[in-house]
Design a protein around this ligand. Structure first.
Ligand code: PRX
Length: 638
């Protein structure tokens, strides 16, 4: 598609102002939300790279997302819950949503939750999960949502880091019509954790009648909800810089990082993004197909649409059940205006009978995709199938909202370039760097970086580890000081960027970010395994899948093909039990040794090349040249 430089003037001016006249720009954006007390300083950057946005201001995320709309439009729809797993469908108005959030907040109060306390939320996609998140920020408590697909070891690391006073959970989830018990995973996580929570609040949907309760610790949500009745719980005004939540994400080490978000900056960034990027406004309906366990779910299932006064669809189910037409039926039924999903889901839908899309989709204005690279073919297909602009947007758990996108709410006719998430979003002083810290020219591959201060909405630090914030994100070069996205990118002569994958050992499976080190540590805990390397291997639908190469302690365990298969299943089960099925390796190949350089560095790229059927190239510094040949053989023979 065409994308000539001169077409983008209006956006370019808007963007330039956000960088060159930063404080005035963000002071204007701050008007999108209610301030109980106006900020004194727009951007306090006296302690680089740490930044305090809207310092001195008092606000509340829940008030902005719920109360202020409930006061004006109590009967307007706020939360549309649809479960194709249980068949439940229910719309909560803003008035009803506020009542439910206050009930949850009253329960928290009863359990002693105070401002600054952490509440860990480990739940399926049910309305109570939204109540639980909003009730936290109402009280100034800090939520940490852990994706329901994670298992006990992942959960335990997060519990140990966040040290929650309370865990809110459900007895079970459901996927593809099957009940997935949750509660025993939490019990196991509490057992292995160093700092287990005092109380566990359980939303019991009756899906798993046999779940075990721990006397004195486990509490029933329905009972407490009755007990608190109609109690009103006022919002707690907090400093703009007060943490709203912690969300753990994978990096290069085995230990996930707690991305800490503030309150005021986040509210302003999200509210502005609803207008300028997602083009959604009061009275409209948004359907974001992510999960509340991910950053996209935090921003665009819960906070973003509610801050904008929209109705948000919260969907429990898959895109294919009861049939592949389900999403389009929802668009028709609820007159959905804005949709936000991930490329993997679109690649899955692309394989279905096109007649499933023959619905009245006339309400839809835009379709957004993020989380992983969107290939040109998929971009073109969904654009043509829907007949509305499909906007790819690139960002990270750390940023909390898009870094690259086309801000069509600023300039409606910004041209779409297939295969590119577009231009730097306002507020991000983005550049592409060579490894020596100098800047790349047009069409030259480099590392995507952002000159701090990071704009409002981005992580303020790593929970409890300021030093890790600096060393992980700001140590790319000695000079200049730059936030590293850890992604390769390339910028064309018109300013459009293309993302070319991660610089580090993070892989992206169906839009979900996983650290290969975490998977390696899980596999290593199986007593049969001596050493293991996990790499991300290209997959047509999921983008990437994890593949493991393992060395066993006792060679008799892999003497026959049957034995290898049995051990492979066992290793996969270990990963399921510790991390969850989402991290399960697609294949486990058993090898006699892993290819390393003479200095002991694992040759991950070569393993990846072999698993993808490519030539690993010339490797002069390899320790044992036969190792690679043995890997190739293991792949052939499996
Ligand atoms: O590698 C980039 C990829 O996903 C990473 C961030 O993942 P996560 O923290 O889970 O946040 C997802 C928020 C949307 C990035 O470092 N990524 C994300 N969006 C895109 C992408 N790669 C290419 N194109 C995208 N649109």
């Amino acid at each position: 598609m065409r994308h000539r430089g001169e077409d983008m003037g209006k956006y370019q001016d808007f963007y330039r102002r956000s960088i060159e006249d930063r404080d005035a720009f963000w002071a204007e954006q701050a008007q999108f939300i209610h301030w109980e007390k106006a900020p004194e300083v727009i951007c306090d950057y006296s302690n680089p790279p740490f930044v305090k946005w809207f310092k001195g201001g008092l606000t509340n995320l829940c008030y902005n997302a719920v109360d202020r709309h409930a006061a004006k439009r109590p009967d307007a729809p706020a939360l549309i819950y649809v479960s194709t797993e249980t068949g439940e469908e229910k719309t909560y108005s803003y008035g009803e949503l506020q009542r439910e959030v206050e009930r949850m907040a009253a329960i928290y109060r009863k359990l002693g939750v105070e401002k600054g306390d952490r509440v860990l939320i480990y739940m399926p996609m049910i309305p109570q999960a939204a109540f639980a998140m909003l009730a936290c920020v109402r009280l100034g408590a800090i939520h940490s949502v852990v994706f329901g697909g994670f298992a006990s070891a992942s959960l335990a690391t997060r519990i140990d880091d966040a040290k929650p006073k309370l865990v809110v959970t459900a007895e079970a989830g459901m996927r593809n019509g099957n009940v997935i018990p949750y509660k025993h995973l939490l019990d196991e996580a509490c057992r292995i954790s160093q700092s287990p929570p005092e109380k566990v609040l359980i939303v019991d949907r009756g899906l798993d009648p046999n779940f075990a309760r721990v006397e004195g610790r486990d509490l029933d949500y329905a009972t407490l909800r009755e007990e608190v009745g109609e109690a009103r719980v006022p919002v707690e005004w907090v400093d703009a810089t007060h943490p709203s939540y912690i969300l753990y994400t994978s990096g290069t080490t085995g230990k996930p990082k707690g991305v800490q978000r503030d309150t005021g900056g986040y509210a302003v960034a999200l509210a502005s993004s609803m207008k300028y990027i997602f083009c959604g406004g009061e009275g409209e309906t948004m359907f974001c197909t992510s999960d509340i366990g991910w950053v996209v779910g935090h921003g665009y299932i819960i906070y973003g649409p509610l801050l904008a006064g929209m109705a948000t669809v919260m969907y429990e189910g898959t895109p294919l059940r009861p049939d592949p037409g389900i999403w389009w039926r929802l668009v028709e039924k609820y007159r959905i205006n804005v949709m936000f999903s991930a490329p993997t889901a679109v690649r899955v839908l692309k394989k279905q009978d096109p007649s499933y899309m023959k619905r009245d989709l006339s309400s839809l204005k835009h379709f957004f995709l993020a989380g992983e690279p969107l290939d040109e073919t998929t971009h073109r297909w969904i654009h043509e199938a829907l007949g509305v602009p499909v906007i790819d947007n690139y960002w990270q758990t750390e940023s909390g909202w898009p870094i690259l996108a086309l801000c069509r709410g600023v300039q409606e006719d910004l041209p779409i370039k297939y295969g590119s998430p577009g231009l730097p979003v306002y507020g991000y002083d983005l550049h592409v760097y060579r490894e020596d810290g100098t800047e790349c020219g047009p069409n030259e591959k480099g590392i995507v970086g952002v000159v701090p201060p990071l704009p409002p909405g981005c992580l303020s630090t790593v929970w409890g580890q300021d030093d890790r914030f600096v060393s992980t994100y700001f140590s790319l070069f000695r000079e200049p000081l730059v936030y590293s996205t850890a992604d390769w990118g390339i910028r064309d002569e018109n300013g459009y960027l293309t993302i070319l994958g991660r610089v580090d050992d993070v892989i992206n499976v169906a839009g979900h970010r996983l650290g290969t080190r975490e998977i390696e540590e899980a596999i290593q805990s199986n007593p049969a395994i001596a050493e293991v390397a996990v790499v991300g291997v290209r997959d047509e639908v999921k983008g990437q899948v994890p593949v493991a190469f393992a060395v066993v302690k006792d060679p008799s365990r892999i003497a026959t093909r049957e034995a290898r298969r049995a051990l492979e299943e066992e290793v996969k089960k270990t990963v399921d039990e510790l991390l969850g099925a989402i991290a399960r390796p697609h294949r486990v190949y058993f090898v006699q040794g892993l290819p390393k350089t003479r200095s002991g560095k694992m040759l991950r790229r070569s393993l990846q090349a072999l698993a993808e059927g490519r030539d690993p190239g010339d490797l002069p510094t390899i320790e044992d040249p036969a190792a690679l040949e043995m890997v190739a053989e293991a792949i052939r023979e499996s």
